[in-house]
Design a protein around this ligand. Sequence first.
Ligand SMILES: Cc1cc2nc3c(=O)[nH]c(=O)nc-3n(C[C@H](O)[C@H](O)[C@H](O)COP(=O)(O)O)c2cc1C
Length: 330
Amino acid sequence: MAVSFLLAPMAELSHRALRELIEIFGNCDEYFTEMISAGALISGGPFEAWYLDPGPCPQRLVYQLVGANPEHLAQAVRLLNTQECAGIDLNMGCSAPAIVRAGAGVRWMASLDRAGALIKLLRKQTTRRLSVKLRIGMEDDFEYLVEFCKRLESEGVERITLHPRTAREKFKRRPRWEYVSRLRSAVHIPVAGNGDIADAQELVRRAAEGCDAIMVGRLAIRAPWIFAQARHLERPGAGNRPSLPESIDLEELGLRFLELLARYQPREFHPSRAHRFFAYFCDNFTWATYLKNRLNRETELSAMAACLSAYCRDHPEERTRRLTLSPGLA
Ligand SMILES: Cc1cc2nc3c(=O)[nH]c(=O)nc-3n(C[C@H](O)[C@H](O)[C@H](O)COP(=O)(O)O)c2cc1C
């Protein structure tokens, strides 16, 4: 069976507008939402309906929760259990200082018993697939990671995504991908690997190395076509629904994202989410820093659209990206 491709949960990025953009090219098997605060969700914050928007494909959506309070998380899982989705994921990997200080994210990995008790509680709240996304842990201790994951498995976790860096490493140091296949051999549930996939060729190569799924984060913003391109490289001509074009019009794609953002996100979120998106998407252009700085000065989506179009008018040779569609070529 083909290794699944997953979109990573990314705060302010993994929302409906991005999912719609990736769906133009297809071939992403599951979309994780950005992390949703369990506390905010159960207290009915003003933006929760946007976080819960399951479009465009609820049956391939995984809601990710973050929190430190077991009772809040249990209530949030009960609420999500009523939504159509592919599963519910718990964030045990975020190493942002505020999250860790609160006892959430990767802080859960500091105690087997605390994490085990939480999963036991959450398992009782849902019939949905329950998964966990984590890092190696607070330290680089593979034996502890295996013990931790076995405990999660014994309490009812059905899939693990490993971003194989420690809490302290953030995005420094290369991810230890060898831990993904070693962990997979040690547990009986599927294991997804995640971290620093650089292009479609690497995605195909990692998929062949021994994991059940590959999760892609930042590259999917730079290249929303990446899943379709990788499937094409794996099996030219097969599995590409809708079909993969030979080249991408980057201006058209950037403008399409802005339209989708306007349609599917509340006005209050527009500037921050557009800036986050362009922080990665602009890497497609030679003068990326210049363009990001220009876009960051704008708060209206229409002004951002004008900015992108002006850049493409001034640098017409950068507007089109030809895709590598042959497995042999880098
Ligand atoms: C802007 C940003 C926001 C992120 N937000 C989340 C999040 O909400 N939940 C989570 O589990 N991981 C989050 N992550 C981590 C990613 O899911 C992923 O593990 C990490 O980016 C490594 O994958 P990549 O190299 O393919 O981007 C975030 C990463 C970035 C760059």
